[in-house]
Design a protein around this ligand. Structure first.
Ligand code: PMP
Length: 388
C-alpha cells in the first residue's frame, strides 16, 4: 500500500509505503518500558512485602544528615556503584530524591546565593535536556534563572552549569564548557550505565546525579540519588526536600533497594539460565541501534550523530554510546522534522525544546519492543518526492 501526504514542514510530498499497523506511536517521552520484560523474567525475586506497620514514621535514619534516607537503599546504591565502577562514592553524602528531577531543584536551591541582588544564571550546553529550562524557570524564582546554551554564555559573576553526560538528547559525552572560576557544576549522570555507554572510569565529580528511571527502568518509583562531596550543599538540599515534600517515599526506597540488589546480584552471582541485567540492557540497545542505523541509511533522508567507540571497563567491550534517545536530523528540504514524523504517526520531541533547530527531533529508544519495531519500519519507508 502506498499513501501520499503533504508535510506542513515543506511543500514536498512524502510517500509512505506499506505502513502496516496504523496506530500512532508515541516516542516523545523517555518512558523506559523496554525494561518491563527483564523484570517479568526475574519474577518474584524482585518483589517485596511491606507490612502495614512499616513507613509510619517520617524518619528513616535519624542519625544521618539525610534523615529520610533508607539505610538499605543507601547500601545498595554504594554497592552498585562499586560493582559497575561508574562513580566514586567514598567521601560523598547520598541524598535521595523523588526522582532526580527533585534533586535538580534541590541543587538549584542549595547552590544559589540567598542574598544576591540578581538570580544566579543556570546554563547547559545545547542541545540540552528540555526539562532543565522548565525546572529552572517554572516558578520564576528570585534565586536562579535559566540563561540558555552554555556555549554562548558570556556573563560575569557566579553561575551554575549542568553537564549531562552521556547527553540527553544527542548521546555525546562531554565536560563543562564555560570553565570560569565562579561556576558550580552539576553532573547529571542519568545515562552513565553500561547498557548505554562504555564505562571508562568512575566519575569523580563534586556533585553527581543518578536515577533508577534510567538505570533499572523503574521511572514510576520516582527515586533518584545525588552523590555530594560538600556537607553544607548536601544539608541545603536536604532542607529543600524537607520543605517541599518532608522527605522521600520510604516504600519507594525499599523497592528501589530491592531492584538494585537484584541488579547487583545478577552481575556478582550470575545464574546459568538468567541474563545479567546489564547484558539484557546492552543487547536490547545494541539490536535497536543496529536496526535504526540500517533504516536511516535506507531512507537517505535522515542522519544520526556519530559516536565513536571506547573501551568499557565494566563489560570488556569496545562500543560507541547507544543512547536512550535517537537525535535524528532531517536533511534536504524538510525544515520541521517533528511535523514530518507526526504525519507518519510517530510522535517525537522537536529540537526547538533542546535549544536546537526544528530540523532535529528526539525519539525515545526505550519503549516496548513492538513500538520500536514499528517506528523503525515506518522510518525506513519515509520518502520525499521533490515537488514538480
Ligand atoms: N536527567 C536526565 C538527563 C533525564 O533524561 C531524566 C529523565 N528523562 C531525568 C534527569 C529525570 O529523571 P527522574 O526524575 O525520573 O529521576
Amino acid at each position: 500500500r502506498t499513501q501520499k501526504t503533504t508535510t506542513s514542514a515543506s511543500s514536498s510530498t512524502v510517500t509512505i509505503a506499506n505502513l502496516g499497523k496504523d496506530r500512532v506511536i508515541d516516542l516523545d517521552h523517555g518512558d523506559p518500558t523496554m525494561y518491563e520484560r527483564y523484570w517479568q523474567q526475574v519474577g518474584d525475586k524482585s518483589s517485596i512485602l511491606i507490612p502495614g506497620w512499616r513507613s509510619v514514621s517520617y524518619l528513616s535514619d535519624p542519625g544521618n544528615v539525610c534523615w529520610f534516607l533508607e539505610p538499605e537503599f543507601a547500601k545498595q546504591v554504594t554497592r552498585l556503584h562499586k560493582i559497575v565502577r561508574n562513580a566514586e562514592t567514598e567521601g560523598r553524602h547520598i541524598v535521595v530524591g523523588t526522582g532526580s528531577t527533585q534533586l535538580v531543584q534541590a541543587l538549584l536551591y542549595a547552590l544559589s546565593p540567598q542574598d544576591a541582588k540578581e538570580p544566579i544564571n543556570v546554563v547547559s550546553a545545547a542541545p540540552y535536556y528540555s526539562c532543565y529550562p522548565d525546572i529552572t524557570d517554572c516558578l520564576k524564582s528570585g534565586l536562579y534563572k535559566w540563561a540558555g546554551d552554555a556555549r554562548s554564555f558570556n556573563k560575569d559573576g557566579p553561575y551554575i552549569e549542568i553537564v549531562n553526560t552521556p547527553n540527553n538528547p544527542d548521546g555525546t559525552s562531554g565536560q563543562a564548557v564555560v570553565n570560569r572560576s565562579r561556576g558550580t557544576l552539576i553532573y547529571d549522570l542519568a545515562y552513565y550505565w553500561p547498557q548505554y555507554t562504555p564505562i571508562a572510569s568512575p566519575a569523580d565529580h563534586d556533585i553527581m546525579l543518578f536515577t533508577v528511571s534510567k538505570c533499572t527502568g523503574h521511572a514510576g518509583m520516582r527515586i533518584g540519588w545525588a552523590l555530594v562531596k560538600d556537607l553544607e550543599i548536601a544539608k541545603k538540599m536536604i532542607k529543600y526536600i524537607e520543605i517541599t515534600t518532608i522527605g522521600v517515599s520510604k516504600d519507594s526506597q525499599l523497592r528501589a533497594a530491592k531492584v538494585l540488589t537484584v541488579v547487583s546480584d545478577s552481575v556478582e552471582h550470575p545464574k546459568k539460565k538468567e541474563e545479567s541485567f546489564f547484558d539484557f540492557g546492552y543487547s536490547k540497545m545494541s539490536e535497536r541501534w543496529k536496526l535504526l542505523k540500517a533504516a536511516v541509511e535506507q531512507s537517505g533522508l535522515f542522519t544520526l550523530p556519530e559516536l565513536s567507540p571506547e573501551f568499557c571497563k565494566f563489560s570488556g567491550k569496545l562500543f560507541g554510546t547507544q543512547p536512550a534517545f535517537a537525535w535524528l536530523k532531517c536533511n534536504g528540504p524538510v525544515e520541521d522534522c517533528e511535523a514530518l514524523l507526526r504525519e507518519n504517526k510517530i510522535l517525537a520531541r522537536s529540537g526547538k525544546h533542546f535549544g536546537a533547530s526544528r530540523q532535529f527531533v528526539r525519539i525515545s529508544m526505550l519503549d516496548r519492543e513492538e513500538n520500536i519495531g514499528l517506528f523503525i519500519e515506518r522510518l525506513s519507508k519515509i520518502r520525499i518526492e521533490k515537488p514538480m
